[in-house]
Design a binder for this molecule. Sequence first.
Ligand SMILES: Cc1cc2nc3c(=O)[nH]c(=O)nc-3n(C[C@H](O)[C@H](O)[C@H](O)COP(=O)(O)O)c2cc1C
Length: 340
Amino acid sequence: MLNFLYPAARAILFRLDAERAHHLSMAGLRTSERLGLLKAISSKSDDKPVTICGLKFPNPVGLAAGLDKEANTIDALGSLGFGHIEVGTLTPKPQDGNESPRLFRLPEHQALINRMGFNNPGIDDGLANARSSKSFKGILGINIGKNKVTPNEQANDDYAIAFEKAYPWADYITANFSSPNTPGLRDLQSEDAAGRLLEVLKNLQTKLHQETGRHVPFALKVAPDLDENQISGLSRVFRDGGLDFLIATNTTLARDAVKGHRNAEEAGGLSGAPLTSHSTEVIAQFHAGLGQEVPIIGAGGIFSAEDALAKKDAGASLVQIYTGFVYRGPALIHDIIRAW
Ligand SMILES: Cc1cc2nc3c(=O)[nH]c(=O)nc-3n(C[C@H](O)[C@H](O)[C@H](O)COP(=O)(O)O)c2cc1C
């Protein structure tokens, strides 16, 4: 039934400022969940489990990071059918993010531009929210980042703090070093810096595994704005460093596909349809470099089952959606699961 309700809800929400619409939708989802409405009206799909890194995902479709930054809407989003939900990005200390407006729609291109800047309640409050989730039976990913005020030389300390705190509560952890909205963050994607971050997190994972008896796999999340040389160099670093899996991709800085749109020159990361084929190409290139050893979760401009299957053909074991979910609603989740 939600498939029929969503277009009407979207027509109203798209009249509001984009960030206000986001907060209203999330509050509406939480209320509907509390009232037991979502389970009653959500579509049911046959589950198609996928196992990677020892984790059994009930279906191949996840929610990409950045929609539930506060980790306070997990049960409601789970009721819509997501097999995994990645909350965050959460940073060691809370931060407000950039000034509003910082989220823009480009409906003619089925796209968004955002420069949110990791607005989040901080890892402690984010984890407290996540712990109060009651009904979600899927896989919970916790996405971590560094605070804006932390210089890049100390970035790994921020990742280590957040990693250690998230470890007991996460099914997997993603270190996001590819947001375009924290100045200098993408510099951490150089081979040297990526290798050092991977080493820090790998050592921490080994230590925490020994201490807790639980192995929590982790991913790095990469930008689509990498050339072939960078991708093959990073693939070598990831394979040699024992990365568990990769998430590709984050938003892009490119604007060629949306030139001339009134919002095209807004600073930030572009997501949605203009990113579809490019992110698929990046996934294929990483898959060629990583082989079967390091699985990939594919994200970027998935608006249909065909888009998701193209990512699967390029080598993705699972997919995540954000902008397509905003434009198409929960029907997209079930379309993909059925076709997978
Ligand atoms: C408004 C917005 C906020 C986002 N915030 C985050 C974030 O905090 N952390 C992160 O790793 N990715 C974030 N992303 C990137 C998405 O997770 C995703 O990788 C990207 O948008 C490409 O997928 P899509 O085209 O389906 O949106 C954000 C995307 C959007 C549109």
